[in-house]
Design a protein around this ligand. Sequence first.
Ligand SMILES: Cc1cc2nc3c(=O)[nH]c(=O)nc-3n(C[C@H](O)[C@H](O)[C@H](O)COP(=O)(O)O)c2cc1C
Length: 420
Amino acid sequence: MKKLDDFRLELGGRAYVPIMVGGMGVDISSESLAVATARLGGIGHISDAMAPTVVDRIQKTRFSKTKLQKYQDNIYNSDKSNIHFDLGELAEATRLHVTSAMEAKRGEGAIFLNAMEKLTMNNPGGTLKTRLVGAMDAGIDGITLSAGLHLGTFSLIEDHPRFRDVMLGTIVSSVRALRLFLMKSRRTRRLPDYVVVEGPLAGGHLGFGMDWKEYELHKIVTEVVAYLKKEGLDIPVIPAGGVFTGSDAVSFIEQGCAAVQVATRFTITEECGLPTKVKQAYFRAKEEDVIVNQISPTGYPMRMLKQSPAIGADTRPNCEAFGYLLDREGHCSYIEAYNEALEAAHEAGKKKFKVMDKTCLCSGFKRFRVWTCGHYVYRLKDTTTQLADGSYQLPSAEHVFKDYQFSTEHELSLPPVSEK
Ligand SMILES: Cc1cc2nc3c(=O)[nH]c(=O)nc-3n(C[C@H](O)[C@H](O)[C@H](O)COP(=O)(O)O)c2cc1C
């Protein structure tokens, strides 16, 4: 009976335990989680989503406050086109974010950055380039391109001195997306070092439409592996989405994959950035609580718990401080949804209202009110022990990592109970 530890992921001349803990935006995949993963010989991710805001919270900087002060006269103006991120400040926030993780890193594993294209920040190319260059300057081991097709991303950074030695991968959900990415990236005479194939059961945004149920990860992986073989390309394939046990992972390795990317099982670990209250909500989740909706202003469907406080919230857009999802014209579909709901409430003479069509992802993620999760979140309760007070024991990241690494026959080892 094979276990995941019987295999290694070969990347950039190094061998890793074939477990990648996926990027989870706005510090859910925290530095502590990435450091723990790297210490155990795997690959952890930090996320570049809202890095200035995250660094403000953790390192007590003032990036968001400074931006708010600069634009505060615009707060009641629904036109946000004049709001811009200062690229120097963004570079500095990225440097602080990445340097802190790289300095804390120990062991044989690696720390990568999850870099989202859909984080358009009113200047898509400029801010993406700044984030990527900042991360490479600060010594990141690798970058996983996510939330978008990234057709021009390699070109943005091809002049960087580390372009050919930093590990670069991309997340796709179809052969079509991969083919497009390779076609565009070839112009830089550089291939990705790995490809994450994310299926429809993943957490966060989905690379599918609302017909996501019609897709299946093993099938997409088969197509991707066959396509790469046909093209004569030896690029490690890393599936993600619904890999819940070590045996699930082994089934993908036996199908020709090099490693797996997992996330949901780590959301309830001690090191994960979510508040304990949210971790407990994940444990309590039932299958019927897990929904895929279209309230993300990115335009991608997103999976979350239906109890997420961000659903229906009437948060005033705060693009002056945040504005991470403003497109190049300064639009965010949440602003429109908010203004419509506000106007309808005024007309009806009501003070309270709900914005149902979209949610403010910036505020929602900053305050951990978007409870995004993978499809199997409702199985998390089977991975631990319920304590006398009804709460669930949080496992360490090491416990979950080793469970993936060594378990067989879909067994889940429960963490030792430490009564509070
Ligand atoms: C809470 C949460 C947040 C996530 N946020 C992001 C993100 O910001 N960017 C991204 O590329 N993927 C994100 N993902 C997807 C994961 O990185 C990963 O690919 C996927 O969830 C793996 O499937 P699993 O959760 O079933 O293990 C997120 C997943 C979860 C559970």
